[in-house]
Design a protein around this ligand. Structure first.
Ligand code: GP9
Ligand code: MN
Length: 423
């Protein structure tokens, strides 16, 4: 109802974090290229397997002059996995506690990145070498305002290049180039990769690093498919540099969710060299985040944050204020960024507190918090629950129908057609 949306808007306005002048507009007018790093966990970054780097290219970006690498960035997905990650970064709304909002709420009204940027002259597109109906993308992308959706129909997929969830990353990027070049600039794009997907199978000729030695097949293979994904990325970056796009594009890379689930604790204990306690398991929900902006000062950023924060962060880099929008995250680069990161099950993590199942730990030491600190944690816990509840109200009640930000033209789904009927 309209009362509900008033409560939501009051809350998100009070939670708004002002842009940091050192970054606001740093990428104004530039293209946006999101590279979705399927199942990439942060422990892989700078990890050495038998003395060898697993992701040498991503590792090199942690030292790139114009790249910010966030090493305390968490995925916040639930059952909707990839689709939850996408949902958060396009909307700064949480995925649902059950199922996938992409699937069940595809026809809602949204105020998503492609629509916001579309009104500033951006053309938006998604590239994905899988069938367009997977996760109901071909429907919800219209509601989000994506102009184009290049799904598997737009790619030549030989059986040798076919992974379980679509075209392998190297041919995927290669074949995406002419499609990308068909777009007018500036563009807002997202490339959704699939090679590094559970259960991490790989052909011998694609494997350029030896498997892990835990004896757990998916954990051992994960290093090899992650290496392949890293090589594919490097190739795509080579193209971006050659074409000049590199110098006029913001590149954002994020891990979408964990690759190795809790069912593989034993093998992961070997990988990490320590027992995977609930506290360690929470730490393993870190996913890499890289943001490259030409001309921006890079470095390693230790701020605690999550996928919900991507949209306001990006919009501020583009010089677009976010005050009028209903967004549950806050700009990672803002001095007022809220570093409490809710997980979809109500647990949370911040630079000081890690909350798991109602128990509170010190984020630095992993030790249980003492009574005095527990009180602060309980307050954070309440806020986390309130945020998730409010976001759920928006999504379940389709509340953005009742709220039009100033200068925002609502998306008309009937204007979009992707020609990606099933083959
Ligand atoms: C498939 C892909 C995988 O199109 O994006 O989704 P996931 O299984 O990781 O949620
Ligand atoms: Mn995924």
């Amino acid at each position: 109802s309209s009362d509900d949306i008033t409560e939501v808007v009051n809350y998100t306005k009070s939670n708004y974090a002002e842009p940091n002048p050192a970054y606001f507009g740093a990428g104004k007018g530039m293209n946006v290229i999101y590279l979705h790093l399927e199942s990439m966990q942060n422990f892989l970054i700078n990890y050495k397997l038998n003395g060898e780097e697993v992701t040498p290219f991503l590792n090199s970006l942690t030292k790139d002059q114009n790249t910010l690498y966030f090493d305390n960035f968490f995925h916040q997905t639930g059952q909707g996995k990839t689709s939850d990650a996408e949902f958060m970064l396009e909307n700064s709304l949480y995925g649902l506690s059950q199922g996938s909002a992409y699937t069940t709420k595809g026809l809602n009204t949204y105020e998503a990145a492609p629509a916001i940027l579309g009104q500033q002259g951006y053309t938006s597109a998604v590239f994905h070498g899988n069938s367009g109906s997977f996760w109901n993308r071909n429907e919800i992308y219209k509601s989000l305002g994506f102009n184009k959706f290049f799904d598997s129909n737009y790619y030549q997929i030989d059986s040798a290049d076919l992974a379980e969830y679509g075209l392998m990353d190297k041919p995927f990027y290669e074949q995406s180039i002419p499609l990308l070049e068909s777009l007018p600039e500036p563009f807002y794009t997202k490339f959704i990769t699939v090679s590094n997907h559970y259960p991490y199978p790989i052909n011998e000729e694609d494997a350029t690093i030896a498997p892990g030695t835990t004896g757990d097949k998916s954990v051992d293979g994960y290093f090899q498919t992650a290496r392949y994904a890293d090589e594919a990325l490097k190739q795509f970056f080579d193209y971006l540099k050659k074409s000049g796009l590199y110098d006029r594009s913001i590149i954002v890379m994020y891990g979408d969710h964990y690759g190795i689930s809790e069912n593989h604790k034993k093998a992961m204990a070997q990988v990490m060299g320590k027992e995977i306690t609930p506290f360690e398991n929470t730490g393993l929900q870190r996913v890499p985040l890289f943001i490259r902006v030409p001309g921006m000062e890079g470095g390693v950023n230790h701020e605690y944050g999550g996928q919900i924060d991507l949209l306001p962060t990006l919009l501020h880099l583009l010089g677009t204020d976010t005050k009028e929008y209903v967004q549950f995250g806050t700009d990672l680069l803002s001095k007022q960024h809220d570093d409490v990161v809710p997980f979809r099950n109500g647990d949370f993590v911040s630079s000081t507190i890690t909350a798991i199942d109602g128990k509170f730990y010190d984020s630095k030491t992993g030790l249980k918090l003492d009574e005095a600190k527990n009180e602060e944690a309980k307050k954070d816990q309440k806020i986390v629950e309130y945020k998730l509840k409010l976001s759920d109200k928006v999504v379940n009640g389709d509340l953005l129908r009742f709220y039009k930000p100033e200068n925002f033209t609502p998306v008309d789904r009937s204007q979009y057609n992707y020609n990606n009927d099933e083959k």
